[in-house]
Ligand binder design. Structure first.
Ligand SMILES: [Ca+2]
Ligand SMILES: [Ca+2]
Length: 420
């Protein structure tokens, strides 16, 4: 087996070196390589070290599986028993393919893995206490599927819903299915933190500030959800293939000659799901406006999200909805200038909304979620904004709610969907 050849080579090299450093290097490599291996061919089975006996403590093995170009790998565990821990911190198996990483421990058999390319690494690691029987797994090389055509937005049924919303006066509980494009962003540990909108079966648009410091492997998307604390049977959860933040997020923009800076400028990002969601009564895409086709001032729209309903407070378990109207940028800027110290520039990549005489406002947790506006001619909802910023204590009297202006990002979105 290749393992022993590699070990021998290393030992041979190390033996020529008499210094202590060489000995240390030798020991280190002997430890690391004792169970490292490379598997090729069209199929194979492999196990954790010592299987079917319990695996040893303090072991780390990397198995690289490489199949012919033009093939992909399906990888299935038949048995699985590793020390259970939160986040699989102690003992784990990790399937690694570029940036895509899946980590498993415990006794549940992990889901079958299907690679994107022709090579994956399966890493096994145990710590110095407690173990289990380990695992047995098989791989198969299959023909790579033909590449899919790029996703596009504005499918014929975008922006339509099969469930009528309840009557909305101010912020209220949404009806299940009334906002079928609403997405929830969760960490891989299940913590909810932002909203988003489904624009194609495998693409969600959100705010760039929701994606700052996030990795695709640490993010999970949920569609078809209403009450975050109850399994309603309509939820569809997806892992994330990649995240794309606007390249000019936070960047200064020339605005009529002067160079302005606004911290949350171009606050938009895209999330590509590993697998598309199924469209149904509870999950559907929302339409996007054409580039530069701005929503008219006074136009009726809705903000939806699981954000806080009061400040201070916590994110809310039940999806909320509130009506807002598009506010002109001059009025929006005036209120900001009046109430917030230091100038925050409302740029043309932002759109403001509010409702006179009400406290309706986005709040923490709504970020990234939709500002959905009904086109009365087509009877379809169009996404005109993603929730970006507002008053720190969610007071509509201090600022209007400010959104990334989707009509300024349409060409950018189309381009990213084509290229990815
Ligand atoms: Ca252990
Ligand atoms: Ca739920």
């Amino acid at each position: 087996m290749l393992t022993s050849i590699m070990s021998l080579t290393i030992y041979g090299e190390c033996r020529n070196s008499n210094d202590l450093l060489g000995l240390n290097v030798m020991r280190k490599f002997a430890f690391l390589l004792a169970c490292d291996r490379t598997l090729t061919g069209t199929s194979g089975t492999f196990t954790s070290p010592g299987y079917p006996s319990s695996y040893p403590d303090s072991k780390e093995c990397q198995t690289t599986i490489t199949v012919d170009k033009g093939k992909i790998i399906t990888f299935t565990f038949s048995t699985f028993d590793l020390e259970e821990s939160s986040g699989c911190f102690f003992d784990f198996v990790e399937i690694i393919e570029g940036d895509r990483k899946k980590k498993y421990c415990g006794k549940a058999i992990p889901p079958a893995y299907r690679s994107k390319g022709n090579s994956i690494v399966v890493k096994f690691k145990s710590d110095s206490y407690f173990n289990g029987k380990g695992f047995s797994a098989t791989f198969n090389a299959i023909n790579a599927p033909p590449p899919l055509p790029p996703a596009t937005v504005n499918a014929p049924n975008c922006g339509l819903r099969q469930v009528a919303q309840s009557r909305v006066i101010s912020g209220t509980n949404a009806t299940k299915g009334a906002w079928p494009w609403q997405a929830g962003l969760h960490t891989s540990y299940g913590t909810f933190f932002c909203g988003g909108s489904l624009i194609a079966p495998n693409w969600v648009v959100t705010a760039a500030h929701c994606l700052e410091g996030m990795k695709a492997s640490n993010l999970k998307l949920k569609l078809g959800d209403l009450d975050r604390e109850v399994n309603e049977g309509t939820e569809q959860e997806r892992e994330v293939e990649k995240i794309i933040m606007h390249e000019r997020y936070h960047v200064r923009e020339s605005d009529g000659g002067s160079c302005v800076y606004s911290q949350l400028n171009n606050d938009v990002g895209l999330i590509k799901l590993e697998n598309p969601v199924m469209l149904n009564k509870y999950v559907n895409t929302i339409c996007l406006p054409a580039q530069s086709k701005t929503a008219p001032v006074g136009h009726n729209c809705f903000i939806t999200g699981w954000g806080k309903i009061k400040h201070p407070g916590d994110t809310y378990r039940h999806l909320q909805q509130a009506p807002l109207q598009i506010v002109n940028t001059t009025d929006c800027q005036a209120r900001v200038d009046q109430n917030i110290r230091g100038t925050i520039k409302v740029t043309k990549q932002m759109v403001c909304a509010g409702k006179a005489g009400t406290k309706n406002s986005g709040c923490q947790g709504d970020s990234g979620g939709p500002l959905a506006c009904l086109n009365s001619a087509t009877k379809k909802f169009v996404l005109h904004g993603d929730v970006s910023w507002g008053s720190g204590n969610c007071d509509a009297d201090v600022t209007h709610s400010v959104f990334g202006r989707m009509s300024e990002f349409r060409s950018w979105i189309d381009q990213k969907l084509r290229e990815n």
